[in-house]
Design a binder for this molecule. Structure first.
Ligand SMILES: Nc1ncnc2c1ncn2[C@@H]1O[C@H](COP(=O)(O)OP(=O)(O)OP(=O)(O)O)[C@@H](O)[C@H]1O
Length: 239
């Protein structure tokens, strides 16, 4: 068995009186590609933020590569790539300036990968020199993904990464993910509402419902012998 990259134990998170996470237990082995599913407002973004140590929690813990998520050392931090749901890019920079900025922060930076993705994903020529504030939603999302992949992370956390991408952009991105996982045994956790995409890349799924992971496992196993589609399963688990 491979080591666990993520270990979440009894995680509780409230916003005021609202109990969003109510005892999440979730362990993720190295090299897994997991789709996180749940209704709007189920707490997927909150869970991904808590998993990464970006939010205070009421109780419980998240451990990444054996270290508490709230106290990661620089070496572990450099192994993580994150695409948040809301763009956190520096609006006043251009894509080239943004990537140069992050390049200086990471010990491992795969410039060949960045150059290739910039070419393929529409950032050749003028688009690479426009102010980020003027980019479209999909262009920002592409840039955010390039930034997250640029340092060859071993753990990728993606919060609805393809929501604004056109079908070709989605296909390219999914292909990139698959290649990366196969080549480097990257662990990928991504939330999405696009079940067809999930079925193309995720071997595992986890359902967040009522503040807990209520069902997880290999997609094939969960659907086997049930004559259900993933959509049917989603409806059944989250109703
Ligand atoms: N900063 C915040 N302050 C107060 N409430 C919040 C905050 N962030 C999230 N919430 C609430 O927590 C709940 C879970 O939100 P979250 O964004 O994690 O859900 P989600 O599953 O990612 O939803 P979606 O599928 O719509 O993106 C929601 O009811 C939301 O209103």
């Amino acid at each position: 068995m491979k080591p666990y990259v993520v270990e979440i134990a009894n995680l509780h998170k409230n916003f005021g009186k609202q109990q969003v996470l109510q005892g999440v237990n979730w362990s993720i082995e190295q090299g897994k590609v997991i789709g996180l599913l749940g209704r709007n407002g189920a707490g997927k973004s909150t869970l991904l933020e808590c998993l990464l140590g970006l939010r205070d929690v009421e109780a419980g813990s998240s451990t990444l590569f054996g270290q508490p998520a709230t106290a990661l050392n620089d070496a572990v931090r450099a192994q993580i790539g994150y695409v948040p749901q809301k763009s956190d890019l520096f609006e006043w920079l251009t894509p080239l300036q943004l990537l140069d900025y992050f390049k200086a922060l990471y010990p491992h930076w795969n410039q060949a990968k960045v150059d290739g993705l910039m070419q393929r994903w529409g950032f050749h020529g003028d688009a690479a020199r426009k102010q980020i504030s003027t980019l479209s939603g999909g262009e920002r999302q592409r840039l955010s993904i390039i930034r997250a992949l640029a340092h060859d992370p071993r753990l990728l956390v993606l919060d609805e990464p393809v929501a604004s991408l056109d079908p070709i952009g989605r296909r390219d991105f999914l292909q990139e993910l698959i290649n990366d996982v196969i080549e480097r045994d990257t662990t990928v956790i991504f939330s999405t509402h696009i079940l067809s995409d999930l079925e193309r890349v995720a071997l595992d799924v986890a359902f967040l419902q009522g503040g807990k992971i209520v069902l997880q496992g290999a997609l094939d196993d969960l659907l086997e012998g049930k004559n259900l589609s993933l959509e049917d399963l989603f409806v059944e688990v989250t109703k």
